[in-house]
Design a protein around this ligand. Structure first.
Ligand code: SF4
Length: 191
């Protein structure tokens, strides 16, 4: 389940096989730019915490990317606080929980240079289509997903994407959380 321990080495594989599109996009952007802006760090960081990443693992994970474009000192000064904060170790010590689909879809729309948000809601249609086909959907599959996007049924579009990419005819869950998507994916893939 989502709260059991994970291995950092598995994140790459998980991102391709079992992350919802929103988190796969954040992961790819982090790998490409070795950086994510605040909105992305929050959305992705809390998701990772939700799949079982410990604070220690989170520090290692973010530091290893960010220090490819900045020195350790700058990372520690500017970003480690944020990560500790997500784990309730700083500030008001709130226990921050991962964002639901509704929150991702409805609040804090991404701007230029941001990679957070819900791709079904926030990504330009042409780019989204291209991405869906790059990620293995057939033309027919892409059309089915885009039809739901056009009707503003973002979570249903995401669910259809899940069905198509996991090769299941119909899911038995009502998608409302990116961490739920991940757990259902592990269930379907048997691991
Ligand atoms: Fe992520 Fe939810 Fe959007 Fe799917 S519907 S991409 S899980 S925010």
């Amino acid at each position: 389940s989502g709260n059991s321990a994970i291995n950092l080495e598995d994140i790459e594989k998980y991102s391709k096989q079992s992350f919802p599109l929103c988190m796969r996009q954040l992961h790819m952007s982090l790998k490409e730019h070795h950086h994510l802006r605040h909105g992305g760090r929050m959305q992705y960081g809390l998701f990772l915490k939700g799949i079982g990443m410990t604070l220690e693992q989170a520090m290692t994970f973010w530091r290893s990317e960010f220090t490819r474009i900045m020195d350790m000192d700058k990372f520690d000064k500017q970003y480690s606080y944020n990560i500790r904060h997500n784990y309730g170790k700083e500030g008001k010590r709130a226990n921050y929980t991962p964002y639901s689909c509704m929150k991702v879809i409805m609040s804090n729309a991404p701007g230029q240079g941001d990679y957070h948000g819900c791709p079904f809601r926030h990504t330009d249609g042409a780019l989204l289509k291209q991405r869906l086909s790059t990620f293995g959907l057939t033309q027919q599959g892409v059309d089915q997903v885009m039809e739901l996007v056009k009707g503003h049924h973002y979570q249903l579009a995401c669910t259809r994407y899940f069905e198509l990419s996991h090769n299941v005819p119909e899911t038995e869950f009502l998608l409302n959380h990116p961490n739920q998507y991940f757990e259902e994916s592990l269930r379907v893939r048997g691991g």
